[in-house]
Design a protein around this ligand. Structure first.
Ligand SMILES: *Cc1c(COP(=O)(O)O)cnc(C)c1O
Length: 351
């Protein structure tokens, strides 16, 4: 047998495009249109480059302390990583270690099945209902693990905390991961569940609500036993995941609560306005609790709209996949960007 047969083959996750042109309107990867807090800029400006000679603190204590303080937790209830993608990958590796399938929705973050394949974890995708909602009764137990985003991506649908509590209660013999990448845009966090149940992990990120996708910080809140297990796996893989600059810039972002609240509020207000404007333009969409909307047009294929918008230098996200190929996921940008989008859509759709 040759060496090629011994190589691990995987079908990778495909992230949204990061076009190189400068003058585009980028509504395709759910980044925040507003800059990070001025406190982050100051922390980077004040950073001592000489300190880069030394390895960073492997425990990222400054960042972990800032997060613990902000969320009213103990430091042993917090784990940090290189974006929530890194944190979620560590969670899969640590918590999903059973012969029973891990379960998640059929329409959801498209990284879950990639990690399951990579780590050779059996999995089962559970269809959303015809309204693109998670049916809590479909997660009634017997799984090797459970994961779903709340709000779900790319649908934007929010599950009430009571339903999540029900799923956790029904799955006491495995870990339930709630991926809260978008929870700061109007949802209720499942964080209180980590002290009610030993088997819940709540994962959040700086990439969307904290305007810092480029910094790469994600974190997990859970019972100290789960956090210890995560750290054991992390230290078996790479001790120094967080670099020195990220640790101080991230802590500065957490300290600017007022900036965080006001930029989330702006995005929510724009989302409400754009939801209405899209409906007036003929689109059909459910209310979203995230920094994006998921919309389809009854008469015009989403793929055609997607291609037309590109000619106007507006990038949105479209997947040529069953059930969702007639939907566009549109990130909420600034009010000015969204006005340009609505203008372009009217130009295309008005005969
Ligand atoms: C954006 C996103 C993430 C990962 O974001 P990071 O930039 O790696 O923190 C995780 N889960 C969902 C559902 C997302 O949309």
């Amino acid at each position: 047998m040759g060496f090629e047969e011994k190589i691990r083959r995987v079908t990778p996750y495909v992230p949204g495009e990061q076009p190189k042109e400068a003058d585009i309107i980028k509504l395709n990867t759910n980044e925040n249109p507003y800059p990070p807090s001025p406190k982050v800029e100051k922390a980077i400006r004040d950073f001592d480059a000489d300190s880069l000679r030394l390895y960073p603190d492997p425990a990222s204590s400054v960042l972990v302390e800032a997060l613990a303080k902000r969320y009213g937790l103990k430091e042993d209830e917090v784990f940090v990583g290189v974006g929530s993608d890194d944190v979620l990958a560590m969670c899969f590796l640590t918590f999903f270690n059973s012969d029973k399938p891990v379960v998640f929705p059929d329409i959801t973050y498209s990284f879950y099945d990639v990690w399951a394949e990579l780590f050779r974890i059996p999995y089962k995708q559970i269809p959303l209902d015809e309204n693109f909602r998670i049916v809590p009764g479909d997660y009634a137990g017997g799984a090797g693990g459970v994961i779903f985003p709340n709000p779900n991506a790319p649908t934007g649908a929010l599950m009430p905390l009571e339903e999540i509590r029900g799923i956790v209660r029904a799955n006491q013999d495995c870990v339930v991961i709630v991926d809260e990448a978008y929870i700061d845009f109007g949802g209720e966090t499942a964080l209180p569940l980590i002290r009610e149940f030993g088997n819940v992990a709540v994962v959040q990120t700086f990439s969307k609500s904290r305007s810092a996708a480029g910094l790469r910080i994600g974190y997990c809140f859970a019972n100290p036993k789960l956090i210890r297990a995560l750290n054991d796996v992390k230290y078996s893989f790479n001790s120094y995941t967080m670099n020195r600059l990220t640790i101080v810039a991230g802590a500065a972002a957490i300290e600017d609560e007022e900036y965080f609240r006001s930029s989330c509020a702006k995005i929510c207000a724009t989302r409400e306005r754009i939801t209405k404007a899209l409906r007036e333009t003929g689109f059909v969409l459910n209310d979203s609790a995230a920094n994006f909307v998921f919309a389809s047009h009854p008469d015009v294929p989403a793929g055609d709209i997607f291609k037309y918008l590109k000619t106007r230098k507006i990038y949105v996200r479209w997947w040529d996949k069953p059930r969702i190929r007639n939907h566009l996921r549109i990130t909420i940008g600034t009010d000015e960007q969204m006005d340009v989008l609505i203008r372009a859509l009217k130009d295309f759709l008005t005969p």
